[in-house]
Ligand binder design. Structure first.
Ligand code: ZN
Ligand code: ZN
Ligand code: ZN
Length: 360
């Protein structure tokens, strides 16, 4: 949200031989100019040319919101009226035979209209420009990730009290959402996966009644000051099935091995390999059905990807989850997730809740 970010984008446009970056309502827009634009059928678009000043095209009725965000201190404002053609206005500011980067999440309706209006242009994904820049967090962003990490820790600290036999996942989820609202600006997601539902990594909430002996996977996140939290812990209501404890011990060792592998200079995929090796060795490899983690920042999921094939070299300021899981279909599952930040000489965790099984 600063001149610096716009300057870094312009330098990268020059490097990549791209004439302009076109950004609609998105995490890129928030990161660049601090504007949380509404994703509407009316076009909002920031045009960052390789040379010259950026322009923010905004529907007339959104001008007040754009100005209040501070975005108009960083970009020239161009308000368009209800009978104007915003696509033509944007197209008029970029070279018709140029190389244009268009933000990855821009609605297809806008992208197709731009392509029709600028048939001579070459198009590249906006993430080729912004992702490598967004991946390395500055000091302000690292502080924000630690702050939101502490906020979600505070919520997890109160989860065990909410997990009582006879309550449904939905009831517990509603209480958790309330706690997230109390410690964050926004609730992003609430997963309360009890018993066999724990075997489905993205199960959210259901009317299943939590019973004595159920393991419960709780994966929750919110947004505070523009940055995301995401933390998973596993709970057991009452007596712990020894088989589940055994699985959880393996998982805890795997998660620790993943975090221990994090330092500048190693690849993203090596962190996945370190966590996965522990689970493979224990014979649960087939039950670890997803990557070890994802980057996080203004988006809940962003590069780097902690998975085989992502050879991004870790550097200080990169932030991502380390969240191995073991899922036994029809029975139970577990996942332990922390957000970590690469430091000059190693790693710092943004989450500090105990990683062991919590008996509620
Ligand atoms: Zn996920
Ligand atoms: Zn999560
Ligand atoms: Zn996650």
């Amino acid at each position: 949200m600063s001149r610096t970010r716009l300057d870094r984008v312009r330098a990268r446009l020059a490097d990549q031989g791209v004439d302009a970056l076109l950004v609609g309502p998105s995490a890129d827009l928030r990161w660049l100019v601090g504007y949380e634009a509404m994703p509407l059928e009316r076009l909002t678009m920031l045009v960052v040319p390789v040379d010259g000043d950026p322009t923010l095209f905004v529907p007339g009725l959104e001008v007040a919101r754009a100005e209040a965000s501070g975005a108009t201190d960083l970009a020239d404002l161009s308000a368009w009226g209800e009978t104007d053609d915003p696509i033509a206005l944007v197209a008029g500011t970029v070279p018709g035979d140029g190389r244009l980067a268009v933000q990855d999440q821009l609605w297809t309706s806008f992208t197709l209209a731009l392509q029709e209006t600028l048939p001579g242009a070459e198009w590249v994904p906006g993430s080729t420009v912004t992702a490598p820049l967004r991946m390395v967090k500055d000091d302000h962003e690292v502080a924000a990730l630690h702050a939101v990490g502490a906020a979600i820790d505070d919520v997890h600290a109160r989860v065990a009290d909410l997990l009582r036999p006879g309550r449904t996942e939905t009831e517990v989820g509603r209480d958790i959402a309330e706690l997230i609202r109390g410690t964050h600006d926004q609730v992003s997601f609430v997963i309360v996966a009890s018993g066999p539902n724990g075997a489905s990594p993205h199960h959210e909430l259901s009317d299943r009644v939590i019973e004595v002996g159920d393991p419960v996977v709780v994966d929750i996140g919110g947004v505070l000051d523009g940055y995301c939290s995401d933390e998973t812990r596993n709970y057991v209501v009452g007596d712990v099935d020894p088989a589940y404890r055994e699985l959880h011990d393996v998982l805890e060792a795997a998660q620790a091995a993943g975090v221990d592998a994090v330092r500048p200079g190693v690849t993203a995929e090596s962190v996945d390999a370190a966590a996965r090796a522990v689970i493979d060795d224990a014979g649960w490899g087939e039950q670890f059905i997803h990557r070890t983690g994802h980057g996080i920042g203004v988006d809940g999921h962003e590069p780097p990807w902690i998975v085989a094939g992502d050879v991004t070299e870790l550097a200080p300021g990169m932030a991502f989850s380390v969240e191995p899981g073991i899922y036994v279909a029809g029975r139970h599952g577990a996942r332990i997730e922390d957000i970590v930040v690469v430091t000059e000489d190693g790693v710092a965790s943004a989450n500090h809740r105990p990683r062991g099984l919590t008996v509620a």
